[in-house]
Design a protein around this ligand. Structure first.
Ligand SMILES: O=C(O)c1ccc[n+]([C@@H]2O[C@H](COP(=O)([O-])O)[C@@H](O)[C@H]2O)c1
Ligand SMILES: Cc1cc2nc[nH]c2cc1C
Length: 351
């Protein structure tokens, strides 16, 4: 399998000097130490990641990765497969949740169609790659060929390259793919040695009977796959085109020193594949929200991730990350612009 050239060595580490300086600055700002809670940690991590004394997430690059899933043949989603292609058009026309949020946040938005079952017309802002007309049915055969995995990883890395060239200070990846909660759950089961019933959830809205059928389909896929735990082998066997591209984008951002704000269940599973492939990539990740999809908890725990928000969102598209972005902006503004005890003439804590 050919891997993106940005992966020839492990990702760099964030810059400890800027991280430590940011910690020292937090200690002298006019507030009791720690009183801004997680916002302090966010600013300190961003300072180290950006190698800057004034962290900023004004310039944000959002990319939505879309693809179809052969496992839909097993009846595992509440929605029909053609919605994937229809939603790509909705992203381009500005009517999807992430389209609204990208405008609201003044972020760049691009859409990458990795491969749909129904053809999608040429649309402005949509990069049509069509690596395959969706994946194969992972319950009966490997979802992707090694060539397809390579092409999808490279597509993600290309997005990271574009984000870097545009001067992005933060990257948000989103997903769109009917059936991809089955795919993501299967991937997570294989990587975490979890059982299908632990990680199968309602996705777009299955009832309890639908969820138990979905767990049975995932169980069949896991039996077929066997016990190979190599992250890219698992990705090829049980993954999706958009999930592979997200993995490529996350590792591509880490390689280029761009912090990533991780969205919900599907993007977190792509991040898990990335972290299993290159553990240092974890140091470039911020976690935005806890999805309503129940399997998300296990995936977050495996990366020791504490998401910022828990709003019961389960949309995908990068929407949870977009909703959390203002928290990162607040963290930066407070870190950069608050007065120090000495500067404001405020007495510090008693020694
Ligand atoms: O990211 C999440 O947390 C999430 C949770 C549930 C559903 N989704 C979205 O819903 C679609 C997949 O759901 P399903 O039921 O078709 O597997 C896909 O387009 C995802 O973006 C996303
Ligand atoms: C309408 C719709 C929008 C979505 N956005 C992400 N996943 C989705 C699934 C559906 C069904």
């Amino acid at each position: 399998m050919t891997l993106p050239t940005s992966w020839t060595s492990p990702p760099p580490l964030p810059d400890d000097r800027f991280r430590n300086e940011a910690l020292e600055r937090q200690a002298v700002l006019t507030k009791p130490p720690g009183s801004l809670g997680r916002l302090e940690e966010v600013a300190v991590e961003l300072a180290g990641q950006q190698g800057s004394g004034r962290p900023s997430v004004d310039q944000v690059h959002i990319a939505i990765f879309a693809g179809d899933h052969g496992v839909c043949a097993e009846g595992i989603s509440a929605f029909p497969q053609e919605v994937t292609g229809q939603m790509i058009a909705n992203f381009a026309h500005g009517g999807a949740a992430i389209s609204v949020m990208a405008r609201h946040l003044d972020a760049t938005l691009e859409v990458i169609n990795l491969g749909t079952v129904t053809p999608v017309p040429d649309l402005q802002g949509v990069n049509q790659l069509q690596i395959a007309p969706g994946t194969a049915n992972l319950a009966v055969e490997p979802a992707m060929t090694p060539h397809q995995v390579s092409a999808a990883l490279q597509a993600g890395d290309d997005v990271a390259e574009r984000a870097a060239a545009a001067g992005a200070q933060l990257f948000i990846g989103g997903d769109m793919g009917i059936g991809n909660t089955t795919t993501a759950a299967a991937l997570a089961c294989a990587l975490l040695d979890a059982s299908a019933s632990d990680l199968a959830g309602p996705g777009t809205g299955l009832d309890a009977q639908g969820v138990s059928h979905k767990a049975e389909v995932i169980g069949r896929a896991l039996t077929r796959h066997g016990d190979n735990r190599d992250p890219l082998a698992v990705l090829g066997s049980l993954g999706g085109l958009e999930i592979a591209a997200l993995t490529g984008a996350i590792l591509g951002c880490a390689a280029r020193r761009i912090p990533v704000l991780v969205d919900g269940f599907i993007v977190s599973v792509a991040a898990l594949v990335a972290v299993r492939q290159q553990p240092v990539a974890r140091q470039w990740l911020h976690f935005s929200h806890r999805s309503g999809e129940p399997g998300h908890n296990r995936v977050l725990a495996a990366m020791e991730a504490q998401p910022l928000l828990d709003l019961g969102m389960r949309l995908g598209e990068g929407s949870g990350a977009a909703v959390a972005l203002p928290l990162l902006r607040s963290a930066c503004a407070l870190h950069n612009d608050m007065a120090s005890f000495a500067g404001a003439g405020v007495s510090n804590k008693e020694a």
